[in-house]
Structure formats: C-alpha cells, structure tokens
Design a protein around this ligand. Structure first.
Ligand SMILES: [Zn+2]
Length: 255
C-alpha cells in the first residue's frame, strides 16, 4: 500500500478516530473512549483475544508532534485487519489529541505526558493506569519520534537482567531500516547505543519522573521498547518504518 503523505491529514485527530472506528467495526475489535482530556475523547482498543496475561500493548501520539507514530500504528492495524481479533492486543491510537492537532509535544496545560506517569492527580493518566490494572503484557511498545535523530533508533528495557532474555531491538531496527536509515551514532540522547539500540535494565528508583515506557516496564510489561523515528525525515517512510517495526515485534513475540 502506498502512503500518500502529500495529501494525508496526519494531524487531524477526528479523521484518525473515524478511520479507527470503521476499522474496529470491520475487524470486530472493541474501541472504547476511556477519558476526555483537553476536550478530546481518548480511545483504547481491545481485541477479544486479550487476556490478563500475555498481551501486547502499543501506544502512539503521547507527543503530538510525532505524527508518524499515530499513522504507523493505524497503518499496521489496517494492513492486519483480518487478524486483529485473534491477536491479544491493547492499543492506544493517540494519547495526546490536543497536541496532535497543534503539532505540539505537550498537552493543553503545557505538560509532557510522557513525564507524568508518577502523578496521580492528572485524570487522563489516572484513567490510563486504571485501564491497565490487573494486566501483564509480554511485550509493550511506545511509539515516538525524535526531531534531532539521524535515523530510527529504540530503547529496549527490562527489569530482570537482559542477558537472560532474547533482545529483539536489532530485528525491529532491521525491519524499520528498510524504510528509514538506522541512527548509527555511538551515543544517542546521552546513552550508549549499538547500531540504533539502547538496551537497559531499569529499576524504580531511577524514575522520580516517570515516562510511560518505564511505568509499563516496572508494573505491567515483561519487555518494553520505545521506538523513535527521525521526525525531519519523509513522513511516508517514517510511517512505513513504524508499521514495519510493529509487525516484526508481533511476529517475534507471538512467533
Ligand atoms: Zn516522543
């Protein structure tokens, strides 16, 4: 499928919601508003195959100026409409609609939502956490973009020692790298990177200010990745790169 980025309304939240609604109906999956924030309904999507353990979590658009994340998740879902019912999925198509519409990283109050998961007084974060209560995912991926990235890169984290597990970041980068070059800098955002992959073991005390991925890794997910595409690169290629990484992750995790 060709992604027409010239005419695409990547920052039109209501258009995104309309497409998800129609896809959910076609695919037989449940789309549910879970909270209203900045006058927009936030949606979650749950497949009938999702159980308390072993599920897969994807979220996009927590930063509104990262439109390839919301479009990439949608593109992947659309290409896999036939299978969505049978995959154990919890999806968040866009966590910051106000930001998406304005091409802003933050929400209407100037808050970076991806630095807010330690807070209990932000209703949208509270509602998000309530939705996750009792769920343990085998894999979670938070979809992002970075405006000064030189290519696609990712963070791969676990609470348990990394050597005990198979790392999958390299394979996701290989899939995404077909569309967008991999960021090969030895240091990215101040952290040691190897061919675009930053692998870490995390502990709760490292996070007085909590990103979504850290919250997931510490409470709900056995294996967590934050994917970053370079937001100055061609939108169509970034969307394809996001969708390819999602596809590869699902194949490996459920394989
Ligand atoms: Zn981001």
């Amino acid at each position: 499928m060709r992604f027409d980025f010239e005419t695409h309304r990547a920052h039109d939240y209501l258009y995104l919601v309309r497409r998800w609604r129609s896809l959910a109906r076609k695919a037989g999956i449940r789309l549910e508003p879970f909270v209203t924030a900045d006058d927009f309904e936030l949606l979650s999507i749950r497949s009938p195959a999702l159980e308390a353990t072993g599920g897969i979590y994807f979220s996009a658009g927590i930063h509104g100026d990262e439109a390839a994340s919301t479009e990439g998740l949608y593109l992947w879902a659309e290409l896999n409409a036939k299978y969505l019912r049978r995959l154990p999925l919890l999806l968040f198509p866009c966590l910051n609609p106000w930001g998406l519409v304005r091409n802003r990283r933050v929400d209407a109050e100037g808050r970076d939502l991806n630095r807010s998961f330690h807070l209990d007084d932000v209703p949208r974060i509270k509602a998000h956490k309530e939705l996750l209560r009792g769920l343990k995912f085998s894999f979670a991926m938070c979809l992002h973009e970075d405006y000064d990235a030189r290519g696609v890169y990712l963070y791969e984290v676990r609470q348990t020692p990394l050597r005990a597990h198979r790392a999958i970041g390299d394979e996701l980068l290989a899939a995404a790298g077909y569309y967008v070059p991999v960021d090969l800098r030895p240091k990215i955002e101040g952290r040691r990177a190897n061919q675009g992959a930053i692998k870490r073991r995390i502990r709760v005390k490292q996070f007085p200010v909590m990103p979504e991925a850290a919250y997931l890794a510490l409470s709900h997910s056995d294996h967590t990745i934050t994917l970053e595409t370079p937001s100055e690169y061609d939108l169509g290629a970034r969307v394809q790169a996001q969708a390819a990484a999602i596809q590869r992750a699902v194949e490996i995790v459920l394989g």
